[in-house]
Design a protein around this ligand. Structure first.
Ligand SMILES: C[S@@+](CC[C@H](N)C(=O)[O-])C[C@H]1O[C@@H](n2cnc3c(N)ncnc32)[C@H](O)[C@@H]1O
Length: 291
């Protein structure tokens, strides 16, 4: 890749135009957006700030930061969120780590669906997040439910470390606990709501995904086994024993998995509502209740 910096200062507007071209030539989707985000990060300002100040100057240090981040984007195909180590989810700021999935905006459908089930927002709801990653699902819910408490579990200790630090950064550490566990192993009690976005990509498909996903999301967060359904098979019998009488589980599902996942849940004595679609109209989650 041609170097993106030289020794002379450069305006933000010029840097954005240049990175946009480099990213477009590298076949990166949303090249203008990524160019803006990286330029703003190199300058240490909010992206919106650049609309007001396109003449802001990048000096040598800022240009070398820009250069390094542009290389990560093009050569390593690292998504901007991973380069910056942060992702906004449900309008909250989450740190990422190599152990965590980069939360997807589509997963906000689970938060919205869960909130619809817990209509009285002030109740002391008990929540459980299976496969917490950054903690984005549980922490987004706790941010909306001031009386609620929650437990998040993940098999990956690095993810639990990141989720715990996100809880503290969001001021939600007193109402959340994150622990390393294989799904519900070692957990006591029942929960009013269980959320889970388990790994659901068929193993053989992972290397065919965009390099931003295949190379940078942890395999353990993606790999659902041969048919993508292994985690649902593992979780299905664990839900009813952990749900309170009127409790529900909200499960994210992969493309085309609604019927197969519903059938696994039915076999585990759970009733399943019709799938809930995301903003793109794709079936995104299932709501399950004890039968
Ligand atoms: C698709 S990611 C979801 C992360 C986060 N909830 C989100 O929506 O961004 C799935 C998560 O499940 C975790 N996981 C995989 N197998 C697990 C198991 N047996 N027990 C607990 N967590 C598991 C992975 O480590 C990963 O963090």
């Amino acid at each position: 890749m041609a170097t993106v910096s030289d020794s002379k200062p450069e305006s933000a507007g010029s840097a954005i135009a240049r990175l946009t071209q480099i990213f477009a030539n590298a076949g990166i989707d949303n090249a203008p957006l990524d160019a803006r985000l990286i330029t703003a990060a190199a300058l240490g300002v909010a992206p919106d700030n650049l609309r007001l100040h396109p003449d802001a100057q990048l000096d040598g240090a800022a240009l070398s930061t820009l250069d390094h981040m542009a290389q990560q984007r093009t050569t390593a195909r690292m998504p901007v969120s991973r380069i910056l180590g942060r992702r906004e989810f449900w309008s909250l700021d989450f740190s990422l780590s190599p152990a965590t999935l980069d939360p997807r905006p589509d997963s906000e459908t689970l938060v919205e669906t869960a909130l619809g089930l817990l209509a009285d927002r002030d109740q002391p709801w008990r929540l459980l997040d299976l496969g917490a990653g950054t903690g984005c699902l549980l922490l987004a819910l706790l941010s909306e439910l001031p009386g609620a408490t929650g437990v998040g579990v993940d098999i990956d200790a690095g993810a639990i470390e990141t989720a715990s630090s996100n809880a503290a950064a969001l001021g939600l550490q007193d109402r959340s606990a994150f622990r390393v566990a294989d799904w519900t192993a070692g957990l006591d009690g029942r929960f009013d709501l269980i959320v889970s976005n388990p790994p659901y990509i068929p193993g053989a498909e992972i290397d065919t995904l965009a390099p931003e996903v295949a190379r940078h999301d942890p395999r353990g967060a993606l790999d659902g086994g041969a048919d993508g359904l292994d985690a649902y098979r593992a979780i299905a019998p664990l839900l009813a024993p952990r749900l309170s009488l009127n409790g529900s589980a909200v499960l994210e599902i992969g493309a085309g998995q609604a019927a197969a996942v519903a059938s696994l849940m039915n076999k585990a004595d759970l009733l399943v509502d019709p799938p809930v679609a995301d903003l793109a109209g794709r079936d995104r989650c299932l709501v399950c209740r004890p039968g």
